[in-house]
Design a protein around this ligand. Structure first.
Ligand code: CMP
Length: 119
């Protein structure tokens, strides 16, 4: 018989994850602030699937700098919900390779996470 248990990822657990996820930016001057921002509240992580999903999602979210996006790409998600180059409200993988690495980071067994159980 199945049982349930309860686990909590505490704040320090989340900040370690964020630092690993953004490891490629670890030497950048904005890194510390980026980790603070990314662990300041809950995030919603999703796998989006369609033909050429990487480029299409990047087009939909708009430029990294949400402040500039408000002028150059007013219909983009970052223009609508972001604030500036740091607080840009959404993330999108920058390439097919990044997408594979980033999906594996959050969804260790991606396909089974979506399997529905027979009742
Ligand atoms: P994202 O595209 O998810 O990946 C790196 C993140 O670092 C970026 O979104 C921003 O949130 C942040 N970022 C990128 N460049 C800068 C910058 N110059 N100053 C502050 N934050 C930045």
């Amino acid at each position: 018989e199945k049982e349930r248990t309860l686990g909590i990822i505490k704040p320090d657990g989340l900040s370690e994850n964020a630092a690993n996820f953004y490891a490629e930016h670890s030497s950048k001057p904005f890194f510390t602030n980026l980790i603070k921002y990314m662990t300041s509240g809950p995030v919603l992580v999703m796998i989006l699937e369609k033909e050429d999903a990487v480029i299409h999602w990047r087009e939909l979210i708009g430029p990294t700098d949400a402040g500039k996006a408000k002028i150059t790409h007013p219909q983009s998600l970052r223009a609508m919900c972001g604030v500036d180059i740091e607080k840009n409200c959404v993330h999108g993988s920058d390439s097919h390779q990044s997408a594979q690495r980033e999906i594996a980071f959050f969804f260790k067994e991606a396909p089974s996470a979506f399997k529905t159980e027979a009742v």
